[in-house]
Design a protein around this ligand. Structure first.
Ligand code: DGT
Ligand code: CA
Ligand code: ZN
Length: 564
């Protein structure tokens, strides 16, 4: 049983407990589930080393449950919980826009127990009249069910990345392998991937393929003389393609894609009387570029195009004119301004978060635990946050090399006001305002009102989407960008793998409108701080330069920029 499966069961336990009205426990189960889901190590490996309780948020009680799952493949507590309610929670929870609260209402008011009941009720237009649902939600539910029936969802890059990297480095460690590089959508840092493609160069294809297909796996999909595919235990498909070392550059270019980008390049080659393939650029029979990827672009008369831009969305035209932006680098970020701790729904202390952030090269962080009326996230009240201010002060004295700012993630009420007293707002260095509840179809006015509040610095995860689960709400971006510039309220690129919100397309629109952005992780444990990479990837896919992202600055300059 693998991390994602264990996490799913723990999430489901949390949902059932919440439906049953149990307090606190759901928060604990969700916390553990989220940490297991985002863990880069295999839970089974930790269990073998007797280190389950090293996982943040996993105490003795939950560790025992995980152990039972790993040993027997089953969990009695979970089976009994499922039996104790008549609702097929695992079916309903996968429908976008349905959470435990709504599932409970649907059961109480309409006796909806499973997907079939839900579809019937939605088709008969019974759901729109329930309080807190409405016509839009009913439509979303119907569309969501259709989505579930048709497509299998794509995998989130942030959760798959560590395992892909591990395979890449195992390949690199073999003496008979010269180069191994992740290509495909993962190299382009797309938010979701279908599979991982790895390009390998070697003089010994047979040994390479044998080694790759002997890696721990659930299934061998294909094994040929120059390519092979396996499925890992977590369901991730990994393909390798083996080439001769001389073809590394053109091969990498081909297998990085996108397909559309590759087709445009090939047409460009044809116009120049050349031929482009994974084996190189040819003039007649003569190879004129193949070893280095840079040479492929140079030969075609193009400026080098970074992988994140290769989507055939204008990058080739810009590269012809040598007008591509110089993208922000993966090591340019100096601060992380959206971080949770055990004061709300996080799993680590302020000090632990600060030390880990420092080890990743951050110079400053803001602790932004939830505040206000958000029962599900264990939000802080006034007394709690005052206590936290004191602790931050103490830790700032103790640590060097990193500055901790006093922040908060404040809920935006449906009318756009903030769920926090003015006295506390005044005390904070950083206010992240986010919408967490009572979604409307269009939230433009709600966000505009929040941005007009002079204490708000950033808008957290602006569109509220959850990849594969919840659509973004509508926003009139032109208005939002204007308001952002007018009020010095910055929109966030939230790096959490299921958010990546703003997405690449929104980011590019923002940059085009000269609207600067901030990239944060929204970490809930020390293991999430590295998600920054995926936020930066999204910024790069949106054509951002270093100057477009305000937390690339050192602390003094950063604080000046956000002053209002
Ligand atoms: P994915 O796997 O759906 O997340 O997206 P990709 O881009 O990784 O696509 P994939 O895995 O099917 O193929 C990897 C790369 O191989 C792709 O980005 C470009 C190249 N490729 C695959 N099929 C074709 C093709 O029919 N024509 C061209 N020009 N390139 C292809
Ligand atoms: Ca792929
Ligand atoms: Zn947050």
């Amino acid at each position: 049983m693998k991390n994602q499966e264990i996490a799913r069961i723990l999430y489901e336990i949390a949902d059932i407990l919440e439906i049953k009205g149990v307090e606190w426990k759901p928060i604990a189960y969700r916390k553990a589930a989220r940490n297991i889901e985002t863990l880069s190590e295999d839970v089974f490996e930790l269990y073998k080393k007797d280190k389950l309780d090293d996982i943040p948020g996993v105490g003795k009680n939950i560790a025992e449950k995980i152990e039972e799952l790993l040993k027997t493949g089953k969990l009695r507590y979970y089976e009994e919980l499922k039996k104790s309610i008549p609702i097929k929670i695992e079916e309903l929870i996968s429908v976008p826009s349905l959470g435990p609260k709504r599932i409970k209402i649907l059961y109480e008011k309409l006796k909806i127990k499973n997907l079939k009941d839900l579809k019937d009720a939605a088709e008969k237009q019974k759901i729109r009249n329930l309080e807190g649902f409405g016509y839009i939600t009913e439509k979303e539910i119907l569309e969501g069910i259709k989505g579930l029936e048709s497509t299998k969802s794509r995998l989130l890059i942030g959760y798959m990345y560590p395992m892909a990297k591990e395979i890449e480095s195992k390949l690199r460690a073999q003496k008979f392998i010269s180069k191994a590089t992740i290509a495909g959508s993962m190299r382009r840092m797309k938010e979701t991937i279908h599979d991982v493609d790895i390009l390998v160069t070697t003089n010994n294809p047979k040994k390479t393929i044998d080694f790759f297909t002997s890696l721990p796996k659930k299934k061998l999909l294909a094994k040929g003389s120059t390519k092979a595919s396996i499925i890992l235990y977590n369901g991730l498909q990994v393909d390798i393609r083996v080439l001769d070392n001389n073809h590394y550059g053109s091969g990498l270019n081909y297998f990085t894609g996108s397909k559309e980008h590759g087709i445009k390049l090939r047409n460009l080659a044809i116009k120049k009387g050349l031929k482009l393939s994974e084996y190189g650029i040819f003039k007649g029979k003569k190879t004129i570029a193949s070893k280095k990827e840079e040479d492929v672009y140079k030969t075609l008369g193009l400026e080098y195009i970074e992988p994140e831009l290769r989507e055939d969305s204008g990058e080739i035209e810009f590269a012809l004119k040598r007008k591509l932006p110089k993208l922000i680098n993966y090591n340019n970020i100096k601060g992380d301004l959206h971080v949770h701790t055990i004061y709300s729904d996080g799993s680590n202390t302020i000090e632990e978060m600060a030390l880990k952030a420092k080890s990743l090269g951050r110079k400053y962080i803001a602790i932004t635990d939830h505040y206000g009326n958000l029962a599900i996230a264990n939000a802080l009240n006034k007394r709690g946050i005052l206590k936290q201010f004191k602790e931050i002060k103490k830790i700032n004295k103790k640590l060097s090399g990193i500055t901790i700012l006093k922040g908060s993630e404040v809920n935006i009420n449906p009318d756009g006001t903030l769920d926090m007293d003015i006295q506390i707002l005044k005390e904070l260095d950083i206010v992240v305002a986010s919408i967490h509840s009572r979604f409307k179809e269009d939230n433009t006015d709600r966000l505009i009102k929040a941005m007009e509040n002079k204490y708000v610095n950033f808008i957290g995860h602006p569109t509220g989407r959850l990849i594969n689960r919840r659509k973004p709400f509508n926003l009139d971006f032109e208005k939002i960008f204007e308001k952002s510039k007018e009020t010095n309220t910055f929109l966030e690129i939230n790096s959490f793998p299921d958010r990546l919100d703003l997405n690449d397309v929104n980011v590019r629109a923002a940059i085009k409108n000269k609207c600067r952005l901030i990239i944060n992780t929204d970490s809930h444990s020390v293991d999430h701080l590295y998600f920054m990479k995926f936020g930066i990837g999204t910024a790069r896919r949106g054509w951002s330069t270093k100057n477009d992202i305000i937390n690339t600055n050192n602390l003094d300059k950063f604080l000046k920029i956000i002053e209002r």
